[in-house]
Design a protein around this ligand. Structure first.
Ligand code: NAP
Length: 311
């Protein structure tokens, strides 16, 4: 039987992915929403999560699609009310917030799922399996897109906790931490901030794995035209390209996986299937490694100031 679930924060990703995925899910039934302005036709709507929790004890699961800097209070509220919680990426504005939520979920015997949608892109597991047997010489991430196209008017991305270019960049780091066969840590970060904003518009990162591998990432939010969401990987067995945000993998020029179709197809249905599995097992899944690298970039990063950003 399907479980009732409520969505919080009816904005871009809720409309693009969560609502269609839930409509197609046998495991969940969208029973209500909590959002100040957004609603879904035919679904009970509450202006905030507190009133939803008070009036709907019949809904055991809450999925939070709000921006990260407002997510902690609602996640805590939902767990304290005895509900299972699924978090959009990044799971919070700070690591400590999410550690706190994980401890609360464990203490109350509830499921907390910190999602990383890009890990469910079609070619990510094939890349992980192939790399497990290779000696890697170089891995270069190039994650470049036009913020005006992908985040039109979203001012929260420029506010503290909004992460700036790390909002898409953390997707790359979620893939990197899923496919890279060795522990790695950040050793250098150069962050470029628009002079009128609190979060970076570009970042160049260097990592070390203790094996001398050349490991880099370049994130840029001002690339016009087609986005570049690619990883270039040189190994002793040749060159691999994981492209289109993890949708395609080619090894030595040979495509190894069929293109899954429209952007992001399949990632969110996979997240809800995983949430259902976690609920059935009474388990949580909170992997903070992508966010740890972002936090390291902010603590170690050299700051440069560039031109003002205006929509
Ligand atoms: P969004 O549309 O700007 O925000 C989602 C909704 O959150 C808003 O419509 C708003 O609804 C509510 N909200 C509550 N407090 C808010 C505040 N202080 N500022 C702004 N909105 C607030 O954002 P989004 O693009 O859906 O992203 C939400 C999360 O999903 C982010 O963590 C993002 O990284 C992740 N995500 C986004 C995408 C994408 O393509 N956009 C892809 C994957 C993941 P009400 O006004 O009705 O309350």
């Amino acid at each position: 039987m399907s479980k009732k679930i409520a969505l919080v924060g009816i904005g871009k990703i809720a409309r693009d992915q969560h609502i269609p995925s839930l409509a197609a899910s046998a495991a969940f039934e969208l029973a209500a929403t909590a959002s100040r302005h957004g609603t879904v036709e035919g679904i009970d709507a509450y202006p905030d999560l507190a009133s939803l929790l008070a009036e709907r004890p019949d809904i055991p699961c809450i999925s939070l699609c709000t921006p990260p800097h407002v997510r902690y209070d609602d996640a805590r509220r939902a767990l304290e009310a005895g509900r299972h919680v699924m978090l959009e990426k990044p799971p919070g504005a700070t690591l400590s917030e999410v550690h706190d939520l994980a401890a609360l979920a464990e203490a109350k015997g509830l499921t907390l799922f910190a999602t990383w949608h890009s890990r469910h892109a079609p070619a990510v597991s094939a890349a992980r399996d192939w790399l497990a047997n290779q000696t890697i010489r170089r891995l270069e991430i190039r994650w470049k897109e036009d913020v005006r196209h992908w985040h039109p008017g979203q001012d929260w991305i420029w506010e503290p906790g909004g992460l700036g270019v790390f909002d898409p960049g953390i997707n790359a780091l979620s893939i990197l931490t899923a496919i890279y066969p060795h522990p790695l840590h950040l050793t250098r970060a150069d962050l470029r901030f628009p002079e009128n904003r609190d979060t970076p518009v570009a970042a160049d990162l260097t990592f070390a794995d203790g094996r001398g591998t050349d490991l880099r990432a370049a994130f840029d939010w001002l690339k016009e035209g087609s986005p570049e969401w690619d990883m270039h990987i040189d190994t002793d067995a040749g060159y691999a390209l994981l492209s289109e945000g993890g949708a395609r993998l080619s090894i030595n020029g040979v495509e190894t996986s069929a293109h899954a179709g429209p952007e992001l197809e399949g990632e969110y249905p996979a997240l809800y299937a995983r949430f259902a599995d976690l609920l059935a097992a009474g388990a949580s899944d909170v992997d903070l490694s992508p966010m740890r690298h972002v936090a390291d970039a902010f603590t170690l990063g050299r700051r440069t100031t560039g031109a003002a950003f205006n929509w």
